[in-house]
Every structure is written in structure tokens, then in C-alpha cells.
Design a protein around this ligand. Structure first.
Ligand SMILES: [Zn+2]
Ligand SMILES: [Zn+2]
Length: 247
């Protein structure tokens, strides 16, 4: 299996990442990706970009180095209501939206608190996936989390960097992936690159997938066709929610 779209990457705009859009694009090309999503951190993260960063993403060419560029964010979940640090009209203009916990935006609490906030964020039609759900700093009920993603029609992120930078994640990420296989819930792989060398790098995730027999049909970014099909599905979901809200 090969992952052809990286749905989780950061640039210098995140404040603690070290590569530019152009460096990431070249790396995406070198690693044979068909598309990649820039998901810089939301504005409330320490050192994160301001809202204008997201409003101006449209000036970035849609194809660079022969690879498609997609606009995204890794927004911060702020509270138990699943509120994010970006207004809905900004989120609605992006191609792929991650939402996750980061320590200066949501203090680690009980498993119940994490699940409540995640459920609220996941039910937001503008959110595509919860970032690094295997982070042991924010324990979750793995079976319940995967079931909820399935119910909401959202893919579960399996984050390659978690295996390297979030101690204690490996077991939890593998358990999450196993639960997705068991429950037939789709997954999406993100490198969570904070430097261009890691864009398109999925070595740890693919090793786990081989060990547990992850079927390619469940991995939305294992082919450009299945990723485009997901983008189509999310556009319909976002459009329906905007028309319900009278926008
Ligand atoms: Zn980061
Ligand atoms: Zn990230």
C-alpha cells in the first residue's frame, strides 16, 4: 500500500515548524505524492498563525511541482462544547479540516471530558478528522471513538509522527487502527510533518497496517480516486450544513 495524499503537514507559519510551503511542495513531489494538505495550527496555539494566514491561502497555486495543493488547518478544540479556534466561515473555505487537543488550548482532563469534546467536534460538519487521537496525554475510549467516527462518516487519523514524538502513542495508535479494521471504519494517514523531510513519510503507519492487515479500501488516502471521492462527500456535507444555517 502507498499513501498518495498527505493530509497533515505544517509550515513555518505554525511557529514551531521549519519548512516553507515551497520546500514542503518539493518534498511532496520527491515522495511521489499526488496531493498534500497544508494544515498549520489554529490561531490559539502558542506561536500559531493569525486568521489572515488562512484567509490568504487561496493565493497559493493549486498545483506546484506537479502535485496538487489543498488548503487546511489543524484547529484547536477549546472546550467541552467542541468549539474551535476558527470561525465557521473560515473553516468552510478550506479543503480539509483537522481538529485536535493541544495543551495550551485544552488542559488534559478525564477520559469523559476528552470524549465529550471530541464528540462535539466530530459532529461539526466542517471537521474532517480528529488529529493524533492516539496521544496518551488525552486518553479516549478507543472503541467508542472509532464507533462515533463511523457514525459521523468521518475518517480516523493515524498519525505517523505520533510514533516518534508522542511517547506512549505507538500502542494506542495500533489499537485505534485495529478497532477501525474490526468496525470497518475508514482511516486517513497524516505525516504531521513539521519539517519538509517528513512530508509524505508514513513508515510507522504502514508497518502497523501490514501487521494488522488494514484493507486498502478503508484508507481514504491510499489512492487519489478514493481521496477525491471523500472530498466530494465532504463538500456535499459542508454545503448541506451551510444551507441549513441559511448561508
Ligand atoms: Zn505542531
Ligand atoms: Zn499537527
Amino acid at each position: 500500500m502507498k499513501i498518495v495524499v498527505d493530509t497533515h503537514t505544517h509550515s513555518v507559519a505554525s511557529g514551531h515548524a521549519y519548512s516553507t510551503v515551497q520546500e514542503n511542495s518539493k518534498a511532496a513531489c520527491r515522495h511521489g505524492l499526488k496531493a498534500w494538505v497544508l494544515t498549520d495550527h489554529g490561531p490559539k496555539l502558542l506561536g500559531g498563525p493569525c486568521l489572515y494566514h488562512f484567509g490568504n491561502l487561496r493565493i497559493i497555486p493549486p498545483i506546484m511541482d506537479g502535485v496538487r495543493f489543498l488548503k487546511g488547518v489543524e484547529a484547536n478544540i477549546l472546550n467541552l462544547e467542541g468549539e474551535l479556534d476558527m470561525p465557521a466561515d473560515y473553516l468552510a473555505r478550506l479543503d480539509f479540516v483537522l481538529a485536535g487537543f493541544h495543551e495550551n488550548c485544552f488542559a488534559p482532563g478525564t477520559l469523559e471530558a476528552h470524549m465529550k469534546a471530541i464528540e462535539a467536534a466530530m459532529r461539526n460538519p466542517l471537521v474532517d478528522a480528529i488529529s493524533h487521537p492516539g496521544n496518551p496525554v488525552y486518553p479516549i475510549d478507543i472503541e467508542g471513538f472509532v464507533r462515533l467516527a463511523g457514525e459521523c462518516g468521518k475518517p480516523v487519523e493515524i498519525n505517523n509522527s505520533s510514533f516518534n514524538v508522542r511517547p506512549g502513542s505507538a500502542e494506542r495508535c495500533a489499537a485505534i487502527a485495529r478497532s477501525c479494521v474490526r468496525q470497518g471504519v475508514r482511516v486517513v494517514c497524516g505525516s504531521d510533518a513539521h519539517i519538509s523531510f517528513d512530508v509524505g513519510r508514513f513508515d510507522k503507519v504502514l508497518k502497523v497496517f501490514r501487521e494488522i492487515g488494514m484493507p486498502k479500501t478503508l484508507v481514504i488516502n491510499a489512492s487519489i480516486r478514493s481521496f477525491d471521492a471523500y472530498l466530494e462527500e465532504r463538500r456535499a456535507r459542508v454545503a448541506a450544513s451551510l444551507s441549513r444555517n441559511g448561508r
